[in-house]
Design a protein around this ligand. Structure first.
Ligand SMILES: [Zn+2]
Ligand SMILES: [Zn+2]
Length: 138
C-alpha cells in the first residue's frame, strides 16, 4: 500500500507521567504534486492534534474532527491505491475502516458478524464485490 505520509511518535516517561512526543512527518517522495503534499501535511497535522490533544490514533471521529479543522479531507492516508484492485471490499459500519479481499473467503460471507480491530464495532458491510457483480451481469 502506498502511503502519502505518516506521523511518527513515541511515548516518553517523565517524572510527571507519560508524554507523547512527535517525530518528524514523513512525506512520500512519490507524491510530487504540491496540492497533494499540502493535503498530506494537513492530514498528518490532524493526526498530531488528535494524538496530542485527545490521545487518539487512526482515522476515527476524533481525527476526522481535527482533519476538518486543519482543512484536510477527513479520509484515510492512502492517496494512491495499489495497482491490483481487491475483489471484495468490506467497510466497518463504525469507523469506515476498509478490509480488502482478493478471494471470496468465509470472512466475506460473515461480514456482518466481523468485529473491527480499530473501533471494536461489530458489523462490516460490502462496498464492492466483484463476484456478485459478475453473477448479476451473467
Ligand atoms: Zn492518516
Ligand atoms: Zn471500525
Amino acid at each position: 500500500m502506498t502511503r502519502a505520509g505518516s506521523t511518527h511518535w513515541r511515548r516518553v516517561l517523565t517524572p510527571r507521567g507519560i508524554r507523547v512526543e512527535l517525530g518528524p512527518f514523513r512525506l512520500s517522495r512519490h507524491f510530487t504534486d504540491p496540492e497533494a503534499r499540502l493535503e498530506t501535511m494537513r492530514h498528518e497535522i490532524a493526526h498530531a492534534a488528535a494524538l496530542l490533544l485527545d490521545g487518539e490514533r487512526g482515522h476515527g471521529p476524533v481525527w476526522q474532527r481535527h482533519a476538518v479543522l486543519c482543512g484536510a479531507h477527513p479520509r484515510a492516508c492512502t492517496a494512491a491505491r495499489p495497482a491490483k484492485a481487491p475483489k471484495v471490499v468490506l467497510a466497518c459500519s463504525g469507523c469506515g475502516q476498509e478490509a480488502w479481499y482478493y478471494r471470496p473467503t468465509t470472512r466475506v460471507a460473515l461480514a456482518a458478524r466481523l468485529r473491527c480491530r480499530k473501533c471494536r464495532t461489530v458489523g462490516f458491510h460490502v462496498t464492492r464485490n466483484a463476484y456478485a457483480e459478475a453473477t448479476q451481469s451473467a
